[in-house]
Design a binder for this molecule. Structure first.
Ligand SMILES: Cc1cc2nc3c(=O)[nH]c(=O)nc-3n(C[C@H](O)[C@H](O)[C@H](O)COP(=O)(O)OP(=O)(O)OC[C@H]3O[C@@H](n4cnc5c(N)ncnc54)[C@H](O)[C@@H]3O)c2cc1C
Length: 375
């Protein structure tokens, strides 16, 4: 494949993937759900990709400690420790957890020895470096048209690029295209706080998470994240959200909070960054081929009367149009493997995930549920 990567900014990774550090955070289920299977596979895939990047500046495998900060979490952690092998996760009592973290923590928790943090722009740049990929920066696609067997991307009346295959990987912005407008993607604003490392905060040895997360310093700065705001349309960092992040840090480790000497500086001086996550209603990403929604609804209308039917009718695909979006708060783990899933689909190769997981991520799932349940 020869790939043209249309990017509206001067470089890749200026939006959600632009944070200084993101965490390889595995939110698993002990019940083997599709999401949990995707997370385990995606984690392994991303970890293998990271091996070729620069440890210390691009990523670090310092481990991730998820604290059991309330009784419900402690119960969930117990179930997870029983369900997964020790090389993926281990239950640590409070003293061991504290020894791993290198700073005071009030709880035990799950330790993921192969977890760590990633500098997302480094991962994106590495992925876009391939000799067959041409980055077209300052190219914002506003409309997609199909002419014969070619998809054409337009910016107003200017043709930006054309190709037989298009992959929409623009997070929630893909709702602007008529072909993908009905996908139920939502933006959720998130803000991280950048905290300068101190001599005492250098003791932090692993990523530590409770409701939020804090990472060992990268190039002299810790990343503390991240707020959730379902309503805001403004990406200017706010002091209120820095305050919220600091409250999450207090819950993670009041010892680390004091080691960072934050109380000695005005809150308004805190620096950070805000961006939009992009989520779907079932928290699974949306990955795969797109169908024409109107014709899909007509073709499978019988399902709205009897959901047990298996109509032997071809799906009205929008040939060559694919989606890779909806990666929520865990894109570092799910997005690279989802790219691999699309590549397998396009080249008719074996899928890199169980078929049931690929189907759970399929863009048609929402239209199908709507037909069956009438909502
Ligand atoms: C505050 C915050 C903290 C997070 N923390 C973590 C974490 O700890 N761990 C984790 O795994 N994940 C985390 N995430 C989530 C993770 O960042 C995302 O899941 C991931 O970055 C999504 O990548 P993406 O490529 O789908 O979207 P994006 O990174 O947003 O990329 C979309 C790209 O498409 C471009 N684009 C959009 N529309 C167009 C168009 N019409 N024409 C041309 N270009 C277009 C944009 O410019 C952008 O470059 C966090 C997110 C936020 C906001």
């Amino acid at each position: 494949w020869q790939v043209s990567l249309l990017e509206r900014h001067a470089a890749v990774a200026q939006e959600a993937s632009g944070n200084p550090q993101g965490v390889l955070y595995l939110k698993l289920s002990a019940h083997g759900t599709a999401l949990s299977q995707l997370i385990v596979s995606g984690f392994g895939y991303t970890r293998r990709l990271l091996e070729s990047l620069q440890r210390g500046s691009d990523w670090d495998d310092c481990g991730v400690l998820q604290l059991a900060f309330n009784a419900k979490e402690a119960e969930r952690h117990g179930q997870l420790a029983a369900a997964f092998p020790e090389d993926l996760l281990q239950w640590l009592e409070q003293p061991e957890a504290q020894a791993r973290a290198g700073v005071g923590v009030a709880h035990g928790g799950l330790y993921y020895p192969e977890g760590g943090w990633v500098h997302p722009p480094a991962l994106c740049q590495a992925q876009a470096m391939h000799a067959n990929i041409e980055l077209l920066s300052h190219h914002e696609a506003l409309e997609l048209r199909k002419v014969a067997d070619q998809w054409q991307a337009f910016d107003d009346e200017r043709l930006l690029a054309s190709a037989p295959v298009v992959i929409l990987a623009g997070a929630a912005e893909i709702k602007r295209f008529a072909q993908s407008a009905e996908l139920p993607l939502k933006r959720i604003r998130g803000q991280i706080t950048r905290l300068p490392e101190t001599a005492d905060s250098r003791a932090l040895a692993t990523v530590v998470c409770a409701e939020g997360y804090v990472a060992p310093a990268r190039l002299g700065e810790h990343t503390l994240g991240a707020s959730f705001d379902f309503n805001s349309d403004d990406l200017t960092p706010t002091t209120a959200e820095h305050q919220g992040n600091l409250a999450m840090l207090e819950e993670i480790s009041s010892d680390l909070l004091s080691r960072l000497n934050i109380s000695e500086q005005p809150l308004e001086n805190l620096e950070g960054r805000a961006a939009y996550r992009c989520t779907s209603p079932d928290y699974l990403p949306i990955v795969g081929p797109l169908a024409d929604l109107q014709t899909f609804n007509q073709t499978y209308a019988a399902l709205s009367k009897d959901a047990r039917q298996v109509p032997d009718l071809a799906c009205p695909w929008l040939d060559g149009l694919y989606v890779n979006s909806g990666h929520g708060s865990r894109g570092l783990i799910t997005a690279p493997l989802s790219g691999e899933l699309l590549a397998a689909w396009l080249d008719n190769e074996p899928l890199p995930l169980p078929r049931s997981v690929a189907e759970a991520c399929h863009p048609n799932r929402f239209a199908l549920r709507k037909l069956i349940r009438g909502k």
